[in-house]
Design a protein around this ligand. Structure first.
Ligand code: H2B
Length: 187
């Protein structure tokens, strides 16, 4: 397949199962000598989203925050889960705009901070997040510093980077009504 004839990725409707793309990935890897070519990476990332959606009948090339919050995290120890690249992370971060991408050396994480009213309300805040994490089987790193500064970091430890699970957990945390625990920012 001549690359120039390839539709821009967003127009490719991945209506078939992702196995159909394996030959294409091989072609891309061989043709440019590495499996991490940008196009190959993009295709693989979009297929990654497809796999994590467990849907082989339709594939949306974008998602919204409500979409993410209504999804379920997949087990982090499944053999085909891999960290996403920066390009996909930069697309997905727009769906959880109150979070930031942090790139600590070798791994990307989602990070967000809040100020809570009291130390114990900070623990209540953690408990609310812990309930979501336990339900999803996907857990954040929780920090409570200087008695009222809460920071939550989310990444997928089993792959040492970001997967869709992390964005799903962040979106679910954003649906929690925790305003009563937070110090209202002075105007
Ligand atoms: C078996 C499964 O991989 C582990 O129990 C889960 C638990 N929660 C997790 N949470 C996060 N953030 N990353 C993981 O890799 C992870 N693994």
């Amino acid at each position: 397949m001549s690359m120039s004839r390839m539709l821009p990725l967003r127009l490719i409707s991945l209506s078939k199962t992702h196995n159909q793309f394996a030959p294409l990935f091989q072609f891309l890897s061989i043709s440019n000598g590495c499996s991490s070519s940008p196009i190959n990476g993009k295709l693989q990332n979009h297929v990654e989203l497809l796999k994590s959606r467990k849907s082989h009948h339709e594939f949306r090339t974008f998602c919204t925050a409500p979409d993410l919050a209504s999804k379920k995290c997949v087990p982090c120890n499944s053999e085909d889960i891999r960290p996403m690249n920066e390009e996909l992370a930069n697309q997905l971060i727009t769906k959880v705009p109150d979070w930031n991408l942090s790139d600590e050396g070798d791994k990307m994480k989602l990070v967000r901070s809040w100020k809570v009213k009291t130390f114990t309300k900070g623990l209540e805040f953690f408990q609310a997040i812990a309930n979501v994490a336990e339900a999803e089987g996907h857990h954040p790193d929780l920090h409570l510093v200087g008695w009222n500064n809460v920071t939550v970091e989310i990444w997928t430890h089993s792959v040492g980077g970001l997967t869709e699970n992390d964005f799903i957990l962040a979106a679910k945390i954003d649906t929690l009504n925790l305003a009563h625990l937070l110090r209202i920012k002075p105007k």
